[in-house]
Design a protein around this ligand. Structure first.
Ligand code: ADP
Length: 183
């Protein structure tokens, strides 16, 4: 079963597509955004710490998300395959992931970039209307993406191998292209 990292700007549709891929391959979808929102909802200490960063559209501290990912990857459900959605989001997170995978005697099969132009992203997120989908917060998430996450495109092109799928197509077409990128 595959081990996949899904990269792409906020609002590209990673969450929706990752859920479908997870179902198709019978592997868990591990989303740091979902895990963080659940912690915020449950008002755990971790959630309380994360909330102010998320409200601003800034990255939550690396130690927090790396801890979450470590817990998920060590679980039995993730022993033979997984799809990461929203992690890693900067080079230090990617380096930590690589160390963690070595420790677990696993490796990532493929990184896939789900690419969508900025204008389309802003439109989509405004329609979605999540708590952190206010225009100023969206703009900040895009800046953070360009500065911190985009360097991962080069990082994974040189290590794991990276394929790009155009996310600006119908969800079914995107899904079909993602599946061929996995295989
Ligand atoms: P989107 O991709 O639409 O921005 P996510 O659910 O992936 O939505 O992320 C929402 C917020 O959660 C981010 O803006 C950030 O504050 C936080 N977050 C999610 N994943 C990470 C991560 N890997 N590192 C740091 N912060 C994260």
């Amino acid at each position: 079963m595959p081990r996949i990292i899904l990269l792409g700007p906020p609002g590209a549709g990673k969450g929706t597509q990752a859920a479908q891929l997870a179902e198709a391959y019978g592997i868990p979808k591990i989303s740091t955004g979902d895990l963080l929102r659940a912690a915020v909802q449950a008002q755990t200490p971790l959630g309380l710490e994360a909330k102010s960063y998320m409200d601003r559209g800034d990255l939550v501290p690396d130690a927090v998300v790396i801890g979450l990912i470590e817990e998920q990857l060590q679980s039995n459900a993730a022993s033979s395959g997984w799809i990461l959605d929203g992690f890693p989001r900067n080079v230090p997170q990617a380096e930590n992931l690589s160390v963690l995978l070595d420790k677990l005697d696993q490796s990532c099969d493929r990184a896939i970039l789900l690419d969508v132009p900025d204008d389309e992203i802003v439109q989509r997120m405004l329609l979605r209307g999540r708590a952190d989908d206010r225009e100023d917060v969206i703009r900040n998430r895009l800046v953070v993406y360009r500065q911190q996450t985009e360097p991962l495109i080069a990082y994974y092109s040189e290590s794991t191998g990276l394929k790009t799928v155009n996310g600006n197509q119908t969800p079914d077409t995107v899904f079909a292209e993602l599946k061929s990128a996995v295989e």
